[in-house]
Design a protein around this ligand. Structure first.
Ligand code: HEM
Length: 279
């Protein structure tokens, strides 16, 4: 029996209709709301990565300035708030953005998988119909699915390495990030890991920034070259900055040769602080 157009294209709701959450949380129950959350948290996370990369450039000024920079993060807010309070607030914000970004990405991909399966069943359409643009879009979103997990695993490794000092053991010195970076990235396998992870990150940022504009409704063909330029510039800048750390550590530019302060195990190394304030 012939199907009407309406019968052929009617697709079951992506999500079975359950209880509606109160406003504004209910926005997150729709795919459009989740895309917005993914885009906005993506902007926040890119902002963090950019600021973190720029901050890490202090390493080229030597151990004392790098130490001073790390300390200045801990004392943000001056005497107005307890030491470390603003940093912990920023960490909580960063973690929330990361969790929301991950959750919206995973559930959206599940939703679109369900929707295209159902559309395929109802309309009899092939999954990858639609020409070169569709193939390019699918390729981009497929790469997001493997660059995303690489970045998540890298962050876990990175925290265990340079924040908690699990891998360096006795070689880890709290309050001396210059020493920790040069010791960790001085090992070739670690440097390679940083290079691979940061290439995946730049790729993810490039495609993320590109599709973020679409989610936010900036999708006019007249501005597409601007979108591409911005996405390339942002990803390129972060890539160059972040790759410089493992590469220049391996090249011997970040090492302990010129060090004037002994490597102390005391948090907030007094000699480094004194040297930094002499500048
Ligand atoms: C590529 C070179 C990188 C270097 C040399 C580097 C260096 C560092 C250092 C030294 C710390 C510890 C700071 C301290 O406790 O004083 C740190 C923390 C951190 N890094 Fe990186 N990082 C790099 C890349 C990245 C990337 C690509 C990401 C994220 C995608 C990232 C995310 C973090 C996070 C979340 C923390 C913890 C911040 C905190 O708890 O305050 N890092 N990094």
């Amino acid at each position: 029996m012939a199907q009407t157009t309406e019968q052929r294209y009617r697709v079951a709701p992506v999500r079975p209709r359950g209880r509606q959450w109160p406003f504004p949380l209910n926005l997150y129950q729709s795919a459009v709301g989740r895309k917005w959350v993914m885009a906005v948290t993506g902007i926040g996370l890119i902002g963090f990565v950019l600021v973190h990369m720029i901050g890490n450039l202090h390493i080229y000024e030597g151990p004392a300035r790098m130490h001073e920079y790390a300390e200045s993060l801990r004392t943000l807010g001056g005497g107005l708030v307890p030491n470390g309070a603003i940093l912990w607030l920023m960490r909580a914000g960063l973690l929330s953005m990361f969790v929301l970004h991950l959750h919206s990405a995973i559930t959206l991909s599940r939703m679109s998988g369900n929707a295209s399966e159902k559309a395929g069943v109802v309309s009899g359409a092939k999954k990858y119909e639609g020409g070169r643009d569709h193939i390019a879009a699918t390729f981009a979103s497929r790469t997001m699915r493997w660059t995303g997990p690489i970045i998540a695993l890298f962050i876990l490794y990175h925290l265990a390495d340079l924040t908690w000092g699990w891998w360096l053991g006795d070689d880890f010195v709290a309050g001396d990030p210059y020493h920790n970076v040069s010791t960790s990235l001085g090992a070739l396998p670690v440097a390679i890991l940083y290079v691979v992870a940061n290439i995946a990150l730049a790729w993810h940022i490039y495609h993320g920034a590109w599709s973020m504009f679409q989610s936010l409704g900036v999708n006019n063909p007249r501005y597409n070259h601007l979108r591409r330029t911005l996405a390339t510039g942002l990803a390129g800048l972060i890539l160059i900055g972040n790759l410089s750390f493992p590469i220049l550590t391996q090249a011997g530019l970040i090492d302990e040769d010129e060090r004037q302060c002994p490597i102390s195990e005391v948090e907030g190394n007094a000699c480094l602080a004194e040297q930094a304030s002499d500048h």
